[in-house]
Design a protein around this ligand. Structure first.
Ligand SMILES: Nc1ncnc2c1ncn2[C@@H]1O[C@H](COP(=O)(O)OP(=O)(O)O)[C@@H](O)[C@H]1O
Ligand SMILES: [Mg+2]
Length: 408
């Protein structure tokens, strides 16, 4: 008997499905089949383990495509996109449900009336075919959206925005708001003076200090393990208590860290220091949006302009947007606003109202605004901003999906 060189796991409550796969696989030399009599969406951690231990997952879509799609996404995140997954479904499955599964990353959905030949071809294609690597610089729809948050002057409210934006991007639902629709990583790259940890009542995190002092390039395990979960869906890499020289961090380290986080999360929100460093280049190159938090006073606007010029030189394609902090959007733009927008060559896109009581309530308790003052004007303004970003991300995912549809 030939030794097994690859294994398929079949997750299905219907033994006929497992039997069909087993009968097809016996004609593929060295292929073993494991059976799991359950539904994919019901086995949570076990599914992640099965994904690690096997080369291919085949599951029977059990009539709850939303739950199946969530499980598929979780598996792909856990394996850094490496897991290969096929689904078998009732031939009458609605197109919208089919899309849910393929958008989540299922390679192919076959009708359970598929012939042995069809199933065999799909299995072979999955097992022998490596995922094509995206061209350098291209963004895959499965990669998370990177949003950098910068500030023109200290105290502008950049950390407040980064923390609460990351919190809102999880879009938690449910009775106790425990179910996060998106997984969000919040990375505090203000490595010397970052305050994200205190905004969320987390301890400082040594990981960025270790990176800076030991010089290794982080792998996906380091990226995953250095984060702590502050709320459902919200994972934080806080800055360290020890002060490391800003330039000790190297561009290739930051580039690798962001690349791993993008594979594991839907959004990566990055708080930047006000100082300039070489490693800002990979951050700016990876960022789909840069939010510049600034007051509308002349010195703040001049400083914002200088930073934006530097960022634009570093990354030509960066889309920077202005967030005016501590001001409500006026009905009619005041002349000094028009003048400032002209100087920046950018409109004032977002406004965060001055809301000291909400800001203080959240900061004092070490919780996001959504917990301390969810109905405040400041919380609502951040939520609106997060909706814009979610729409942008979803539009990108749909565009990539229809592009993919045209290609096949
Ligand atoms: N829109 C706002 N209205 C009132 N107070 C705010 C607002 N945004 C931030 N603050 C408060 O201002 C202080 C500085 O905010 P922070 O976000 O740390 O600024 P930065 O990161 O730009 O230095 C904090 O005490 C915070 O609670
Ligand atoms: Mg700050």
């Amino acid at each position: 008997m030939q030794a097994e060189t690859q294994t398929i796991v079949v997750i299905s409550k219907d033994p006929a499905v497992s039997a069909l796969v087993a009968s097809v696989a016996q004609f593929q030399p060295g292929t073993g089949v494991r059976k799991c009599a359950s539904a994919l969406g019901e086995i949570n951690g076990t599914a992640l383990q099965l994904a690690e231990e096997n080369d291919l997952i085949i599951f029977r879509a059990d009539g709850e495509p939303g739950r199946d799609a969530a499980a598929v996404r979780e598996i792909l995140r856990h394996t850094g996109g490496a897991a290969r997954i096929l689904a078998l479904a009732d031939a009458s499955m609605p197109l919208a449900d089919l899309r849910l599964l393929t958008e989540a990353g299922v390679r192919e959905v076959l009708p359970d009336s598929a012939s042995a030949d069809e199933l065999s071809a799909a299995i072979r294609a999955c097992l022998n075919h490596e995922e094509p690597q995206p061209a350098a610089g291209a963004r895959s729809s499965r990669e998370g959206m990177v949003v950098a948050v910068s500030q023109s002057c200290g105290g502008a409210g950049a950390t407040t925005l980064a923390v609460n934006l990351a919190d809102c991007l999880t879009r938690r639902r449910g009775l106790r708001r425990q179910e996060a629709e998106f997984r969000v990583a919040l990375l505090d790259l203000d490595i010397q003076f970052g305050t994200v940890a205190s905004f969320l009542d987390l301890p400082p995190n040594r990981c960025l200090y270790e990176l800076a002092s030991e010089g290794f390039v982080p792998d996906s395990v380091f990226a995953e393990q250095s984060l702590s979960e502050a709320a459902p869906g919200l994972w934080v890499l806080a800055s360290p208590a020890e002060i490391a020289p800003l330039h000790a961090l190297k561009p290739e380290q930051v580039q690798a860290l962001i690349a791993h986080l993008r594979l594991q999360f839907d959004f990566v929100v990055i708080g930047l220091p006000r100082a300039l460093a070489e490693w800002l280049t990979p951050v700016l190159e990876a960022s789909e949006r840069l939010l510049m938090v600034t007051g509308s006073s002349v010195p703040a606007i001049c400083q914002a302009r200088r930073l934006l010029d530097f960022y634009a030189e570093t990354s030509m394609s960066l889309q920077a947007e202005i967030v005016i902090s501590r001001e409500r959007k006026p009905l009619l733009a005041a002349s000094h606003h028009k003048e400032a927008a002209r100087l920046l060559q950018k409109p004032f896109k977002y406004w965060l109202p001055n809301d000291p009581s909400a800001a203080a309530a959240a900061a004092d308790r070490g919780v996001p605004l959504s917990v301390a003052a969810g109905r405040s004007a400041l919380a609502k303004a951040v939520r609106r901003l997060s909706q814009d970003l979610i729409e942008t991300r979803n539009a990108r995912a749909h565009a990539a999906q229809s592009q993919h549809g045209k290609a096949v």
